[in-house]
Ligand binder design. Sequence first.
Ligand SMILES: *[C@@H]1O[C@H](CO)[C@@H](O)[C@H](O)[C@H]1NC(C)=O
Length: 457
Amino acid sequence: MPRVNRTGVLTLLIISSCVFLLFQLYYYRKYVSKPGPHILSRTGHLTASDVQWQTLKKLLALAQRFRLPLFLVDTAALTLLSQDALQQRDRMVRQPPCSFLCTGRPVTSFALHVNSWKYDSAFLSAAEQKGFELLEMRGEDPRLASLDTLSGEEIPLRFLFRLHGYIIQVVFLYERSGNYLWHGALRLHANMDRSFAPFKLLDYGQHAGAYDRPELVLTVLDGLDIRIPRNISRFLSEQRNARFLECRYRDARNFLQLYPEDSSPEAVDFRRKVKTLLHLTARILAHLGIPFWLSSGTCLGWFRQCGIISYSHDVDIGIFIVDYRSDIITAFRDAGMSLKHKFGKVEDSLELSFLSDDVKLDIFFFYEDGDVMWNGGTQAKSGRKFKYIFPRFSLCWAELLELKVRVPCETPDYIRANYGNTWSIPVRNWDWKSSPSNVQENGVWPLSEWAELIQVY
Ligand SMILES: *[C@@H]1O[C@H](CO)[C@@H](O)[C@H](O)[C@H]1NC(C)=O
């Protein structure tokens, strides 16, 4: 091959490499290296997302200066992020300048873990100097409420910062004695400026909520340093089911004035054992990923007297049959509880009882049927079946004996179904086959199946 040709090819190669390198540099500068939105769009006007981004940047800078441990809890932004994690490939393609934080909604929500921040009004003054308008919303402190003292004390529940029509919400998370985080519901007071924010659009406003302490990571989102929950999909699913019901301390106090709590050593001992049993049960079922709620007498005790009915002798919980797992019995046995009886089968009226430290734990499995839910009962000696019918319910968090535990959100309906309208009057001689308002006869198990369906230990 002639020498000229080889030099020619080499030159061509070098030139094309240079052109490609320049193109890459140009591309990088234009599309990748600029965090956040361009300050001015091509027409010279600020777009809505530019304004939102700058507002966020301003407040986050202040939060950093005053050491507010904020983390992102905005459901719209976190949903975008979790979808993005599923579609990593698309990430480079759809990357407008403010793609996660500018959700198209006029609100962005952060949470503040109050225990790691000392209230500092200098932060609020600094925010006002930067042009933010502030609405601080307060509410009663539930941590001080108990059967002995009713709290009148108010604590801050959220800050709303407003600038250029954008709202940044900071939700306060408080530590509660059941080792979980709590935030209050949004309540508008009469003298409050109702046009300050689109209150109906605010996440975390409608109900109080309870959360496990989330693990956080620091990341860069749209060019801003932001802490987010490490497992976003877990946080979002927790958020959807976070509604928290406070115990009705005032009513419970009135009840206990009429019917004072049994303070005999036996009753005190029973309540201590129930506490241990409930905490253990919660641990076992959490490990299996099975949600449960307080049912029957245990639910009534929480609702009526914020405690345990000491003459009830057992603990009752409910589990949806769709959450049943075959390793549930093994898990309870491994934790030191003995199986006392097993009635019914997964398809019909399943019920398990365990014994721990002479306290019985009854687990009732609930079946959905149209607009009702029901659980079964079995009489061991006769094989008779019973059915207890409840209006449909969803699950909320509550606190009992320093444990974060679920109860039916529609607690009054649930209690009334089970105990009738006189639920507030104690009944000591309760018969599970005839006393409940919602019990129905449901036939008899066939004799040939008794060995399988009626197991007593
Ligand atoms: C996130 O949480 C979900 C639900 O709790 C779990 O299934 C998943 O494995 C978790 N992901 C990571 C990466 O830990």
